[in-house]
Design a protein around this ligand. Structure first.
Ligand SMILES: [Cu+2]
Length: 490
């Protein structure tokens, strides 16, 4: 038994591992080892605190995770909203109700799956005391947020089991939906797949002036896939091509349904899968009104029938249920898998259903005149520009405040959702592959999907903080295998 297993008693060993020699695992004991062993993990949580929201079963829809047939639907869970101003956050095993009383062992933030939704205003400060109740080291990365290096959850800044870390940062950016999740070297895929993720919403005055749907009309949707074992526990087995689950979960809810009024809803949508790319459509053929993405509002709303999004990307969508009869069911579906993700059940007629915003939502100042071009080739399943990630190697340096053109290319093994820490970027072109830019790639982004044969150009300027940040593939198995690079803003 190697040292990693010794501190990680809750994993099951698969056949894949038995094919490997134990002796080869010892050197560089934290070097891509867990992944290459092919360990399958579940969560053992004897005595863990339970989280059992009130739940009822509703017949309807007829979609179901796997599609086809009548399914028993469960009310969509909505994570509690908390302030980051002074907050204690713990990652630990927990037992949660994923719907209809089905208890599942997961890894959770504060016993919630997904974790609590942070909500703050631009200009606030976050002071989050994190404690690690896992059996492995972890970090918390605030995906999409501009934070100092020390608060970025860099794999170097690991929090050991039983340890704690104070994440402190001012909230300096515009309104947008971000998220938080673990980012330890080589174990991100496992920890996210087993449940650790939550939303972080920033509001500001510009957004507030638009009068967008709010309160119960603004709903976060954390969309992911998962695989359950025979006891309904979340399970994970790393695959170099990326972990693909067998069923979808929205907000940690199996076969979810949401009762809606005849009104416009604002859905804050996050792709929280390890590797799966979703193509969202509505079953009644209605269009989405896309108003924002990773970095906040677009310059104006876009009406669109289908939207593809990949791990790490976010969408700000309005869906219009006005004019639908009470009793109507509308399904949010994934065209790529054929899954029904979520059922909307129109249950109440209201008179003031809101309005779709027209005109300017926000002014996006385009970046221009890059000083230089950097090329990043996403090679195979574990390398950027030929290099496997080395936590101690600084791969390049970027001058603070300098606009640069970064070109992401790949020969294969996509999807590679490319994610950059420390700044948002603007996507300016895509050649090869799909060959076009999509409406959801306008504005400010921090994650962009790179498919086979594609070359995607983005403009980026690091003008928030100096220090150490990373660029990586957000297919978490590729990240864990080493498709990641350190850079320093100087
Ligand atoms: Cu990749």
């Amino acid at each position: 038994m190697n040292t990693k297993d010794a501190i990680h008693p809750n994993v099951d060993i698969t056949d894949a591992q038995q094919h490997q020699s134990n002796s080869c695992q010892e050197s560089a004991s934290l070097t891509r080892r867990r992944f290459l062993q092919g360990i399958a993990a579940t969560v053992a949580t004897a005595g863990a605190a339970g989280f059992c929201p009130v739940s009822y079963a509703a017949k309807g829809g007829g979609g179901g995770g796997g599609g086809g047939g009548t399914v028993t639907r469960n009310p969509l869970k909505i994570p509690p909203i908390v302030s980051p101003t002074s907050y204690a956050l713990q990652a630990a095993p927990a037992t949660v109700d994923i719907g209809g009383g089905k208890l599942s062992n997961v890894l959770a933030y504060n016993g919630q799956f997904p974790g609590p939704t942070f909500r703050a205003n631009s200009g606030d400060s976050a002071n989050i005391v994190f404690s690690n109740g896992l059996v492995d080291e972890t970090t918390v990365h605030w995906h999409g947020m501009l934070v100092p290096t020390a608060a970025d959850g860099h794999p170097r800044d690991v929090v050991m089991p039983g340890g704690s870390y104070n994440y402190q940062f001012p909230i300096v950016q515009r309104a947008c939906l971000n998220w938080y999740h673990p980012h330890p070297d080589m174990m991100t895929g496992e920890q996210v797949a087993l449940g650790l993720a939550g939303a972080f919403i920033i509001n500001d005055a510009e957004e507030a002036a638009l009068g967008l749907p709010s309160g119960c009309y603004e709903v976060p949707l954390v969309i992911r896939d998962t695989k359950l074992d025979r006891n309904n526990n979340l399970t994970y087995s790393a695959k170099s091509s990326g972990f693909l689950g067998t069923i979808p979960l929205v907000n940690g809810t199996l076969d979810p349904t949401l009762d809606v009024d005849t009104a416009i809803y604002r859905f804050r949508v996050l792709c929280g899968s390890n590797a799966r790319v979703f193509k969202l459509v509505l079953s009644n053929g209605a269009q989405f009104t896309l108003i924002g993405n990773d970095g906040g509002l677009l310059s104006s709303a876009v009406t669109i029938g289908q939207i593809e999004f990949s791990p790490g990307e976010r969408l700000d969508l309005l869906v219009d249920f006005r004019g639908l009869a009470v009793g109507t069911k509308v399904l949010l579906q994934d065209q790529n898998s054929g899954w029904t993700l979520l059922e909307f059940n129109v249950t109440r007629q209201v008179n003031a259903g809101g309005v779709i915003p027209t005109g300017t939502l926000s002014s996006i100042v385009p970046l221009s005149n890059p000083i230089l071009t950097r090329e990043f080739s996403f090679d195979g399943m574990s390398r950027i520009n030929g290099n496997v990630y080395d936590i101690n190697r600084i791969d390049f340096q970027v001058p603070f405040g300098q606009t640069e053109l970064w070109r992401f290319t790949t020969g294969g093994n996509a999807p590679h959702p490319v994610h950059v820490h420390g700044a948002s970027f603007q996507v300016v072109s895509r050649s090869g592959g799909r060959g076009v830019l999509y409406p959801w790639e306008q504005g400010w982004k921090d994650t962009v999907l790179l498919q086979d044969g594609e070359s995607v150009d983005v403009l980026v300027r690091f003008d928030a903080y100096r220090g150490l940040y990373i660029i990586h593939c957000h297919k978490l198995e590729h990240e864990d295998m080493g498709m990641m690079a350190n850079f320093e803003v100087i």
